[in-house]
Design a protein. Structure first.
Length: 303
């Protein structure tokens, strides 16, 4: 019985060694980057003097072992191996990063309760089946927006950007949340993270909204007075629509432009129609503003 028990213990230790290991800066590429192309790898940056690290380490090991090979854990003592901790901008420990397909996709700082550690590992384990943690966070952000919780969406987008500052979906989503909250300067700064040729509906929408705001007059009274005197003053109506759109009154802006198109659709090389399309893009092509605006435009063009 002693022999059998000893053999079982050796087997368990071997299996744990396959899933959990210490590594160095010299072995990081092989143990983390290359290994994560086969199975998700969690990297735990720690140090012997760090109390929270000693609390988190066993919880991570337990959760990884329970995942039965769906995830691996690599532990790095940053006192002896500071290079990759520096590259990943580790400011405090414990710091945990999840790698999938050779790049970081998720992570957290500080010790978490065992239940949250297990959730983190379980979520990463699912990514091995084709759903990355970043994709899950993006789905959470979308759901938060649908539930009217822009703060929750911003938090999810921020988590994605923390791990992958080049994620176009997260850049567009975060910029969109900021733009809709009226923080155009922050939205502009977030957009600067995106490549100039990035293709994403949210990025296109925010860029259009920023363009509207940049060229819009700040007051509407002058143009309203001009239209009261002359309803066919298309320039005044166009400027009024720009001001309304820039202040978030998209439906009112659309109505003014539809009115202008109905009166003279060819005025100034179809300037009203072009401005209308910009508003549709800023609001989002699947938004109610765009849907209702397209119906109203069709009723005029095909009547």
């Amino acid at each position: 019985m002693t022999l059998i028990g000893g053999t079982q213990g050796q087997l368990a230790a071997t299996q744990a060694g396959d899933l959990i290991k210490d590594t160095t800066d010299a072995s990081f590429m092989a143990d983390v980057v290359e290994a994560s192309k086969e199975v998700p790898v969690i990297v735990d940056f720690w140090a012997p003097w760090c109390g929270p690290c000693r609390q988190l380490g066993p919880a991570l090991e337990k959760a990884v072992t329970a995942a039965k090979g769906a995830v691996k854990l690599v532990k790095i003592d940053i006192d002896k191996n500071p290079a990759y901790a520096g590259q990943l901008r580790v400011q405090s420990i414990p710091a945990v990063f999840a790698f999938v397909d050779g790049r970081p996709v998720d992570g957290f700082m500080g010790a978490l309760p065992d239940s949250q550690v297990k959730q983190f590992v379980d979520r990463l384990a699912k990514s091995g089946a084709g759903v990355s943690p970043a994709d899950e966070l993006l789905a959470m952000a979308k759901e938060s927006l649908e539930l009217g919780d822009p703060g929750g969406a911003a938090q999810a987008y921020a988590q994605v950007l923390q791990m992958d500052p080049t994620n176009v979906k997260a850049i567009g989503g975060m910029a969109r949340v900021l733009q809709q909250a009226g923080d155009l300067e922050q939205a502009r700064e977030v957009l600067e993270l995106a490549p100039p040729d990035a293709k994403d509906p949210d990025i296109d929408a925010v860029r259009a909204a920023l363009a509207l705001a940049a060229e819009a007059p700040s007051e509407t009274a002058e143009f309203e007075q001009r239209l009261a005197r002359d309803p066919d003053d298309h320039e005044a109506r166009l400027e009024l629509a720009k001001a309304l759109a820039a202040s978030g009154k998209m439906h009112e802006a659309v109505d003014e432009l539809i009115e202008s198109i109905g009166r003279d659709r060819e005025w100034n090389d179809q300037a009203a129609r072009k401005q209308l399309l910009t508003i549709f893009e800023a609001a989002g092509h699947m938004s109610e503003v765009a849907k209702q605006g397209r119906r109203k435009l069709s009723s005029i063009l095909f009547s």
